[in-house]
Ligand binder design. Structure first.
Ligand SMILES: Cc1cc2nc3c(=O)[nH]c(=O)nc-3n(C[C@H](O)[C@H](O)[C@H](O)COP(=O)(O)OP(=O)(O)OC[C@H]3O[C@@H](n4cnc5c(N)ncnc54)[C@H](O)[C@@H]3O)c2cc1C
Ligand SMILES: NC(=O)c1ccc[n+]([C@@H]2O[C@H](COP(=O)([O-])OP(=O)(O)OC[C@H]3O[C@@H](n4cnc5c(N)ncnc54)[C@H](O)[C@@H]3O)[C@@H](O)[C@H]2O)c1
Length: 494
């Protein structure tokens, strides 16, 4: 067998999704020679099959729901929901028909070099793509993301089930849809399709949907989806799937039988670590995610970014981590700068590290001149159902499990002026979790018509550990949704 071609570079970024694209682009802009390896579309899941197209679908579905609310508030509206403009917008505006030319040009414009193909680690400092081995002088960044995790249910494998990808690409809606999994993907898409007239059933194995969030959030989301005509079946363990000309039938372990034209599997994500050649650098492949430290190191000279780290499968986590990885790789490159830099990047690197250091100075736990450290205490999550469910930090249960002296403050939006005016029908609320000993918030949930936006103030409160006394003493504009935070603060129990 012929020897592979060996190419020396500064940095190899494997996987150009949200995190990898950001890291690779910024390191290339800083003057390093960067190879970005991508086997599919530059940009990854978020722009083509995730956040962006799904939020376009949600925007359309919410417009329909809002039009239906005109009745009783301001007259009447005749509606004829039509999926065609949604599919067209996703194809033309969001994904360019699933073509990444613009993203590739953006990356090349920053000085990066794209290699299209499947990459695999090939020993320390080396990544192989086909017959080429890239030897990375300053490091390798793994940003290989996640795939839909498909549970091993009897009969499922060979059926034409959907994951988020087929659901986003759909041109013609089915009459009915079974959604397996009542997490963020399942609920967001279930509500969209229901609002376009699809008969949707959500099948969730746990005893509530959105099980990682507060129980009140699960109730609010379930109530809203039911109001849209979605059937929600919790505590159902799928035992067998049948597929035939009539569509799909799910058989539950307790004898449940549910049928629909289509089946969407939305039961979580998994990192495909087994394909990455991690054993060649002595990293355990038996784990679910790559274990990283607070500067995203996997091992010497190897960093990870985004979903593959298991720190929260969100675009904002990938972007946040990317900032730290960029600063740390540049810091390492600067330290290694010995005048023998083949690409002559030493001065560019030290300049860019200056910029990275100012980023460090603004990091929550970084100090001026140092690389920031990842801090997920105030990690925000927003499930874009209607009402939106925004959350930050710990849930009540998580706080209690950590032995925190917990205070809970709760208020319904319907008892606030804005909620009453808006007619939120009891579905929105603010729930605060305080550490009574420290006198600060450690978590919060904001569910409501703009729950994700109202969350921002709560994220600041948790992130900056703003004293409760100061939060109580703030002025909250009247009559906003966020003014309910003030009520929840006053309701904090002792
Ligand atoms: C339906 C849906 C909706 C979502 N909505 C939101 C939202 O509203 N807000 C939010 O914050 N997050 C949302 N997310 C999550 C978000 O999409 C991810 O957190 C984000 O895409 C993670 O970025 P990443 O760079 O880690 O991985 P990815 O985007 O998955 O990119 C990884 C890239 O690596 C490539 N790759 C993998 N292995 C190799 C290899 N061996 N060689 C070459 N290339 C490889 C893949 O082809 C891929 O392009 C959503 C996800 C889904 C599925
Ligand atoms: N708005 C957002 O930010 C957003 C939107 C979509 C996705 N995401 C990200 O993508 C990730 C993946 O989303 P997801 O909804 O696929 O995963 P998830 O982990 O959020 O939810 C999966 C759900 O499926 C259930 N489940 C698992 N196996 C099952 C089975 N065999 N039968 C029935 N139910 C089963 C789980 O109990 C869980 O409730 C999210 O965790 C989130 O990080 C974010």
């Amino acid at each position: 067998m012929a020897e592979p071609e060996l190419v020396n570079v500064d940095v190899v970024v494997l996987g150009l999704g949200v995190g990898g694209e950001e890291v690779a682009g910024r390191l290339a802009e800083a003057g390093l020679t960067v190879i970005g390896i991508e086997r599919n579309l530059v940009g990854g899941e978020c722009p083509y099959w995730g956040c962006i197209p799904s939020k376009m679908m949600i925007r359309a579905a919410n417009a329909i729901a809002e039009a239906r609310r005109v009745d009783g508030l301001g007259g009447s509206v005749q509606l004829r929901p039509d999926w065609a403009p949604v599919a067209k917008r996703i194809r033309d505006e969001a994904t360019d028909n699933w073509d990444d030319r613009a993203a590739v040009q953006r990356f090349i414009g920053k000085g990066g070099r794209l290699v299209r193909g499947s990459g695999r680690l090939d020993g320390p400092g080396r990544v192989r793509v086909g017959d080429t081995v890239f030897q990375a002088r300053h490091g390798i960044v793994l940003g290989t993301g996640t795939k839909a995790s498909v549970p091993p249910i009897d009969g499922l494998t060979d059926t034409p089930y959907w994951t988020n990808r087929e659901a986003v690409e759909v041109e013609e809606l089915p009459g009915s849809l079974l959604v397996l999994g009542g997490g963020a993907i399942g609920l967001e898409l279930a509500q969209v399709f229901a609002r376009f007239g699809v008969r949707v059933t959500v099948v969730e194995a746990a005893d509530r949907v959105l099980a990682v969030e507060e129980p009140e959030a699960s109730e609010a989301a379930a109530a809203a989806l039911r109001a849209d005509g979605v059937q929600i079946r919790t505590g159902v363990k799928a035992a067998r799937i049948e597929h035939g000309s009539g569509g799909f039938t799910l058989h539950g372990a307790a004898g449940e039988k549910l049928s629909a034209d289509r089946l969407l599997v939305a039961t979580g994500r998994r990192a495909h670590l087994d394909e990455l050649g991690l054993e060649t650098i002595g990293v355990d492949v038996g784990r679910r995610y790559l274990s990283v430290d607070d500067r995203l190191h996997v091992t010497d000279g190897v960093w990870a970014v985004g979903d593959v780290t298991g720190e929260g499968a969100f675009t904002h986590v990938a972007m946040y981590q990317a900032g730290i990885v960029v600063a740390d790789v540049l810091d390492h490159a600067r330290r290694a700068g010995d005048g023998a830099d083949p690409s002559g990047t030493a001065s560019a690197v030290s300049g860019a590290v200056g910029a990275a250091s100012s980023l460090a100075a603004t990091g929550s736990s970084g100090s001026a001149g140092s690389v920031p450290r990842a801090d997920y205490r105030a990690l925000p999550r927003v499930t874009f159902t209607d009402p939106e469910v925004g959350a930050v930090g710990l849930t009540e249960q998580q706080a209690r499990e950590r032995g925190i002296n917990v205070q809970v403050g709760f208020t319904k939006l319907s008892s606030s002026s804005r909620g009453w005016i808006h007619r939120t029908d009891g579905e929105g609320f603010i729930k605060l979790i305080a550490d009574a000993d420290q006198g600060v918030l450690v978590g919060a949930t904001s569910a409501g018509p703009a729950g994700g936006e109202v969350l921002s103030g709560l994220v600041v409160a948790v992130h900056a550990a703003v004293p409760l006394a100061q939060l109580r003493h703030m002025i909250y504009a009247y009559p906003t949704f966020h003014r309910a935070i003030s009520d929840a603060l006053h309701n904090l129990n002792s």
